[in-house]
Design a protein around this ligand. Sequence first.
Ligand code: HAM
Length: 418
Amino acid sequence: MAQSVKGMRDLFGAELRWFQHIEETARRCFERHGYREIRTPILEELEVFKRSVGDSSDIVKKEMYDFEDKGGRHVVMRPENTAGVVRAAIQHKLLTSSDPVLFYYIGPQFRYERMQTGRYRQFWQIGAESFGVASPESDAESLVMLYDFLRELGLAKLTFSLNSVGTPESRPAFQAAFRAFFAARQERFCGDCHRRIEENPLRVLDCKVPTCQAALEGHPLISDFLDEGSLRHHARLKELLSELGVPFTEDPRLVRGLDYYTKTAFEVLSGDIGAQSAILGGGRYDLLVKHLGGPDVPAFGWAIGLDRLAMVLQQVRGEAPQTPPALLIPLGERAATEALKLARDLWKAGVALQLETRGGALKKALASANRLGIQTVLILGDGELDAGTVTVKHMATGEQESWPLSEVSKRLGGLSLD
Ligand code: HAM
């Protein structure tokens, strides 16, 4: 029997209901802040990621699904969405005025990664990117939107982990100190780290090999080499987050595995799914738009791993909130015709209703209603039709009552039928 590709899974049932609930909440929260949706293609040209996420990052080096298409183009199934959003914003000249531009996205991403709990090769992200404002107030606006969104979903035990990775002005001094540190203990690092120290010393910090992690003990911290502007930005952001009651801790070791960050870098950790793991990450990337050929426009953003967020919520809150539809069961052919007409009117009035179309015994239909968790069952037979009513069975109590047909829509929360 055919199986789904390793690391890629089908979404349905309880897990998908969490996805849908998170997505609906996200749209509501983000639109409230003035963010608008953007959808970019899954395939992008290789250069888009090499020039943004970075040539020396693990994502580009090891994890991309890339191939030549039939026209000989080297394309990549996007491993993340920020680069694509920036590419689209430049291509369509969306960043040419001085107005801020606010986008969010929801979609699948692809990384050829080692399998772990909550880690997949096709996974989903919800992200928000804000373009055009360099101020720490812009970081704070985005972070408070994120925090309130997570709170609205019902998460309380979250840790915002915050750092500043500075700007190109602060990098050379840090890199020199880091290279000297590395040189003094180079035999303890793996081959990959020797490559990384040449290409981009910061990426040595991403190495997952335990002996390399041990050798990094006491390494120079980028936060000790920050330029004046980065320091001021960071101090002001911390002040704003304190004022807004967004809880955070400082993590001077946090650098993130993507190359485009400047100044603020952050992650949110959740301890609810075994080992502490990041359910989201992001930061400021003031140089990326220009670097990809666009205008000199600063930016800030983040992306949430939807798979992990859904997993945490399922553990913390159980079933996703949902209102099951009512079920309309006709008895006999005449009622079947009338039930279709009634159901159509109810759907038009906005009522959530499932229609039993199998015919057959009432008992069988009621058993289905039980299995589906349906609370309200409407029964329509010849007797009801003659009386202009419907019999309503409340599944939780077993109680039955009779409603006039003209009242059904209103009583099920829909518009009036007349
Ligand atoms: P990232 O840290 O690479 O950042 O990914 C963000 C989140 O996506 C992670 O925290 C994690 O929850 C989820 N994620 C990543 N890989 C996997 C996987 N294999 N399986 C399940 N979930 C995964 C970015 O992608 C940046 N584009 C974020 C950003 C937006 N920065 C600025 N704007």
